[in-house]
Design a protein around this ligand. Sequence first.
Ligand code: GAR
Length: 196
Amino acid sequence: MKNIVILISGGGSNMAAIVRTAEREHWEQRLGARVAAVVSNRVDAKGLEFAKAQGIATQVLDHKAFPSREAFDQALGDAISRYDTPEQPALVVLAGFMRILTPAFVERFAGRLTNIHPSLLPAFTGLHTHQRAIDAGCKFAGVTVHLVTAELDHGPILDQAVVPVLPDDTADTLAARVLTQEHLIYPRAIARLLAV
Ligand code: GAR
């Protein structure tokens, strides 16, 4: 069995979409994979409640309790590695995990670390992607799922989805339109990775 460890910081709607898709599409039987754990760097991350209600193991690692970014990433990596099995290393899925990761962490999970970013990368890396797309006069916006490399919001693109930017959009209305696409493409990209 391949374990999937999902990292969140907040609402966890992408995590929930992945958990629901795994259930609906019988990933355990079809792909030999299951969502084994949800780890948050924030104790108040709302997604933790959903994960617990699904019977998924949860863990909180508060980054503020660590003396350095390196120390936090070491502990986070160790928490994840508990879900490696003798046959298979765990797949690590960043789903609204709002932390910049150290090169050592990225190297440790290279090739099995995915992220979702709410823009059409390589445009609009970083924060406030929707407002920046509106301010730039973009007619289209979207979302990208990619493998994580050391450079922030870069790395091989696994999937993208495009949505229109409407004339009266605010960052919130555009974000909501993008989010519905996130919930479709992230589970799909993970299922494809697992099927390789
Ligand atoms: C999502 O829109 C995700 O793309 C974004 O945070 C939101 C998390 O929502 N991620 C980033 O901005 C990463 N740079 P969720 O907690 O409901 O899945």
